[in-house]
Design a protein around this ligand. Sequence first.
Ligand code: C2E
Ligand code: MG
Ligand code: MG
Length: 694
Amino acid sequence: MSKYIIIYMIYNAIGNLFSKNSHPKNEANIFMNKISTKILLFAFTSFLILLLISTAMGLKNMSEMNQRMNSLLNNRVVQTDLLQTMRNYARARTMALHHVVAMEDPFMMDEELINFSNLAGKWIKTKDELMTFDLDDNVREMLDKLYKNGGVIAVAQRRVIQLAKENKHKEASMMLMHKVMPEQDKVMLLYDNILTYQKEKSIEEYNTSKSEYNKAVNYVFLITFFLILAGVIIAVYVIRQNHLTGKRIKEDKEKIEYFAFHDVLTGLPNRRLLMDRLQQEVGHSKRLKNCGAVLFIDVDKFKTLNDSLGHKIGDELICQIGERILQAQRTDDTVSRLGGDEFVIVYPAISNHLNTAINVAERMANKTREILSEPYILDKREYSITVSIGITILENGSQSPDELLKFSDAALYEAKNAGRNQVRFYEKSMQEIADRRLSTEQDIRASLSKGHFYLNYQPQVNRYNQLVGIESLVRWQHPDKGIVSPSNFIPIAEESGLIIPLGMEIFDNICLLLQKLEKIELPETFTSVSVNISPKQFAQPDFVEFIIDKIFEYEINPAYLMLEITEGMLLHNIEDIIKKMKKLKEVSVKFSIDDFGTGYSSMQYLQLLPLDELKIDQSFIKDVDTNRHNAAIVETFIAIANNLNLSLVAEGVEKEEQKIFLEKHGCHCYQGYLIEKPITEKLLIEKYFNHNIN
Ligand code: C2E
Ligand code: MG
Ligand code: MG
């Protein structure tokens, strides 16, 4: 019985295990649990009842068998015993009769006769006892025969006794031998037959009882087996049911949870999740003091499209739009659908600088706008759409999620008003920055290969004011605005990718200068012409090939070429950078780290790079003679350069005091207004190479 209780407990434990997976508050789950508990209880109650019945029946059967077998065997044994005793008494009487016949002495004969009659009494008593049993018919028949023969013997015995008493011993002996003994033998044979019969019957009854007992045992085993089987089947069924229900509830719950935060049509985050993410981003932006952006996208004239194409195709279009937007973004960005044809993108932590954030947001918006305006295949036909986008910059977490959404929606309205297929910022000032950026980008494109970009050069000198090198600094002769400073257009060229063609143009100019310098006598101290290389330029897969090709094309000495790279560039893909630098190093091109100290380059990185020079950023030089903190930093830079065996150039040297400080502490190369401002090529050659160019 206890094994069933254990199964029941395991059963319950498994049931509980499954039900723990599901939500306790889930009504369906509670309902299902109630059902499975009921099934469980019902199954086990039925189980117990069946088990009790089967056990009771089995026990009853077995005890009956036992009783019957015992009584049968007992009866037979007693009967056989009694028969055996009767047989012995009969034999003893015959023996006693022999003694009577043999006795001459009348006293002794009397004694023997008393014994003879006592034996008869005992025989009768035993016989009476035997007759009280419910005797088998065969036994009864055989006994009747035996009694009949006994009667015949008794008559003959009496005759023998009479003859013996009359002292006719010889006749008595003759009578005994020829009359009594043959009859006695017959009776003994009958006794033997009955005993043999009894023995056989006992064996037969024992076998019958044994087989019935075995049947009963088998019956109990069979019932128990089927009960266990039924129990296992019920258990497996309930466990499986419970498991399936648990799984279904879990899936349903996940689905419910998923669609509580996602749009059913596109699977994108819905308004609820969007507000959540916006809330998070506002918090991050406030804490980290950075800027992100919120883009509100709306399909132009979607309603007309939806009405004419039908809602099914309209839905398909929305799905494809959602997919395209999602694919165009980074993994950290949130793309959500507010409903209808409205999508919102959240760009977290674009930059710490507002202007960069504005530029990046606008570029991303235009990229998204272009991607979405590419044709769609809907129901085997091609369709094109345009979208309008409103942007709000998430600035240092100063706006709430609701405001961000409201402002970008308002900006979207402006974009629609401006004729659709437009990108608009909510804040006027931001729109102006974006507009300016866009027009600068267009102007750069227009100015390329028109000679509007030219180079100025700023000398670098040693402590004896001898020319050591020059740095090329690009200038833009804008058709309307006059000369534009690189800080106003290089970042835009960099972000828009225009730095690549511009960089090529600049490099051509450098090569032309180097060609010219080849032809004139250079000061002995002069070592290099430095060129600023932007990270995007350096990251070009064919950057190394480009430089080497140019060296061959212009037939210039690469040993005079110093490429200035920035620390920020070293943060990503350092292995690739080292590989490229090493390849260029093989053809004698030199490398310098520009604006050193403003980035995060570690000594470990610096040791890995095949460098020639460090340029201390002008921000450290500005007050190096008065600010102890900056003085200490500069001293450290000098130590680093010495340790790594690199040349060191101080940028932005404007005052004599700065130069004196630097010289005193071991920095012997200077660039800055104190020596010279960036000058034209003509002036450079005339003044520093003592050569006149017409
Ligand atoms: P940079 O490479 O660190 O260039 C040094 C900047 O400091 C130059 O500004 C230079 O005119 C200015 N400068 C030099 N001496 C002094 C001084 O004593 N006092 C002060 N206050 N400024 C000094 P510029 O020419 O406006 O260039 C600004 C930045 O634009 C450069 O910084 C460089 O990062 C970038 N740039 C300039 N030309 C190119 C170019 O051809 N290609 C690329 N990719 N970037 C360039
Ligand atoms: Mg530079
Ligand atoms: Mg610099």
